[in-house]
Write a protein that binds this ligand. Structure first.
Ligand code: DC
Length: 222
């Protein structure tokens, strides 16, 4: 069994790295942020405030989530292409404070981690979802560097971007994700700390691969 758990703040490139690692080591990639984003999307669509615990709990009674083949399904609809906006990022962060929302995401995440070899990323994977994972990594980068990367990504995609606004949103979400009372983002004691501020994507993939091999003896299959 090989379960690679990666936590860290938003915008560190966790998902890109996790996908590459899944490919190299023959693991299934699981994006738990997508689960929170889907619940945030459904709340926005149905006009429910992410802060209204009772209404959200009611909404979740007839909500199904699934994550397979890199796609997120909300009530059997593939919402992968709809959940990457700034609005949904903040709604996901807001709604993720609620116990009923965390329980819903944890249930699916724990089931997936118990039934296959995975690389799973989020905010509480090393601390709550798979605390006994074979490999645990806390991946971070300076907020300014993350904002700069995001800014460039948007410009490269031909979109409008405002660096100061991006930095402000990143800092706000960092604060919220690491200060909520239930399962906040924090580094697990036995997680490897990886600061990617000065590393290229390829260097981060190499660093994570080396950690996996050092901790488990398993070599990449590609
Ligand atoms: O990783 P992401 O940016 O897609 O996550 C979106 C939000 O979901 C994040 O701001 C906080 C929440 N989240 C969480 O609370 N726990 C996780 N394991 C993953 C995400």
């Amino acid at each position: 069994m090989l379960r690679v758990a990666i936590d860290g703040p938003g915008g560190t490139g966790k998902s890109t790295i996790a996908k590459a690692i899944a490919d190299r080591f023959g693991l299934e990639y699981i994006d738990t942020g997508a689960m929170y984003r889907s619940m945030g999307l459904k709340a926005l669509r149905t006009g429910i405030s992410p802060a209204d615990e009772e209404a959200v709990a009611e909404m979740l009674k007839d909500t199904t989530l699934d994550f397979r083949d890199n796609h997120m399904y909300l009530d059997d609809e593939d919402v992968s292409g709809l959940i990457r906006t700034n609005e949904i990022s903040m709604a996901a962060s807001d709604i993720s404070k609620l116990p009923c929302v965390r329980a819903k995401a944890d249930e699916l995440s724990k089931y997936l981690a118990a039934t296959r070899d995975v690389v799973m990323e989020g905010r509480d994977i090393t601390t709550v979802v798979i605390p006994d994972a074979e490999v645990k990594i806390f991946m971070t980068a300076a907020a300014e560097i993350r904002a700069e990367r995001r800014y460039k990504q948007l410009l490269d995609a031909g979109k409008e971007a405002d660096y100061d606004q991006i930095l402000d949103e990143i800092q706000k979400r960092d604060y919220q994700d690491s200060h909520r009372s239930l399962n906040p983002l924090r580094q697990a004691e036995d997680a490897e700390y990886l600061d990617t501020s000065d590393l290229s994507q390829e260097e981060v993939i190499e660093a994570v691969s080396s950690i996996i091999t050092a901790r488990t003896g398993r070599e990449p299959s590609k």
